[in-house]
Structure formats: C-alpha cells, structure tokens
Design a binder for this molecule. Structure first.
Ligand code: SAM
Length: 212
C-alpha cells in the first residue's frame, strides 16, 4: 500500500497518544503500558488498521499492537481511534525488521500478517514478511506455544511462505487455499481492507496458521 505522502501525517503521528513513540523503552513492559495482564496480539503491516481495530473491538480481553511502516497509512487508523478510542489498541510506526528491539523474548502471544507486500523480485525475498528471515525474528518475540496467522490472495507469495516453513523450523497447524469456503477456518474471520477488495473481485483467499 503506497499512499501518496499525506502532508502533516508524520507530525500527526508524532503527536498522537495512540502511538507508542519510545517503543524501545517499552520492551518487556507492555502489560504495564496497558495496565493489565491480558495477552498481547500484534499485526505487522496493518495498513489503515481496519482488521486490528475490529479485532480490538471484538476482544476487549486482548491487548493489540498494530505495526505499520508508513505514517500516511497509519494516519487513517489514528484518526479512527481519535473518533472512537479503544483502550486495548496501540500503534507503532516502524519497519518490522527491527521487531526484536521492540518486544522481549516471548512477549507476544499471537502474530497476524495480512496481505503482506509480495516483493516479487527474487533478490527482495528477504523483505517478504513471511520469509524465513522474518520467521526467525518472530521466533524470538512469540511465546513458545504461540501461533502466527497469515492471509493473502497472492498464490505465489503464499506458496513461497509455505515453502519457507520447514527450513525456518515452523509447522502448519492449518492451511486453506480458499478461506471463505472453508467451513472450519472461516469461523470468526475478520476481513481486512485488502481481503474485502480482492475477495469481491473473486480471488480466493489463502491462509495458514503456524507454530514451532
Ligand atoms: N494488512 C492490511 C490489509 O490486509 O488490508 C494492509 C495490507 S498492505 C498490502 C501491506 C502493508 O504492510 C502496507 O501498509 C505496508 O506499508 C506495510 N508493510 C510492508 N512491509 C512492512 C514492514 N517491513 N514493516 C512494517 N510495515 C510494513
């Protein structure tokens, strides 16, 4: 998602109470930050935040952090929170390559990746969020018995993601190549912005749930 630069978005993010700014200092203290002992779920590459906002609305007993690289995109999520704030949702503007500097070992209970950028050139494979390089980073921050869920309509990216698993030491708990017609896996499915867009065009949605 490459929105044009939105003037003032960087400043608005820098001032927002819904964004964690000193995120390298909150490492290991997210329970303190939220003021409770609830589990911590994160979405990496949340875009405008439709999915994570809805998840936080539906599950007040879980704390959520949405991570997004670009201010101009994150701004939409911040504006939604300004209009209708939720106590269990915060955002971080950062490149997920630095994720281990933000969360302590095992501090995260669940990770969501939704419609991650495909980076189609082979030489950019390491930048794909479900690559083995990123799985190694998630391995550090995710609770030992935690799960990671990934959805996309991009079959090439999904096949790549599945191929990465054994080498990275992860296993698939469940896989579907047509989520919306999978009676079991579609239960409780919350659609992302991209999922709405691409499924309305008739694209089947692939999803895996993985663990190690
Ligand atoms: N998850 C949303 C959805 O399903 O509607 C947005 C999907 S959009 C295609 C991918 C988003 O991931 C973009 O907003 C992009 O800026 C963000 N992103 C890609 N690589 C990232 C990274 N390394 N760190 C943080 N965000 C990233």
């Amino acid at each position: 998602m490459r929105l044009k630069n939105v003037p003032g978005s960087r400043e608005a993010i820098a001032e927002s109470e819904f964004v964690i700014h000193d995120f390298k200092e909150t490492k290991g203290s997210f329970k303190k930050l939220f003021g409770n002992e609830n589990p911590l779920h994160i979405e990496i590459g949340m875009g405008k935040g439709k999915f994570i906002y809805r998840m936080a609305e539906l599950h007040p007993e879980i704390n959520y952090i949405g991570i997004e690289k670009y201010s101009s995109v994150l701004l939409r999520a911040v504006q939604k929170m300004e209009a209708e704030p939720l106590p269990n949702l915060k955002f971080i503007r950062m490149d997920a390559e630095e994720i281990e500097e933000v969360f302590d070992e095992g501090e995260v209970d669940k990770i969501y990746l939704n419609f991650s950028d495909p980076w189609p050139k082979d030489r950019h494979a390491k930048r794909r969020l479900p690559s083995k390089e990123f799985l190694a980073r998630y391995d550090k921050i995710l609770r030992k018995d935690g799960f990671l869920e990934f959805k996309t309509d991009n079959r090439g990216l999904f096949d790549f993601a599945v191929e990465q698993l054994p080498e990275a030491g992860w296993k698939a708990e469940k896989i579907t190549y047509d989520l919306h017609h999978d009676e079991e896996m579609v239960q409780g499915n919350v659609m992302t912005e991209y999922e709405e867009k691409f499924s309305s065009m008739g694209n089947p949605i692939c999803k895996y749930i993985i663990y190690r």
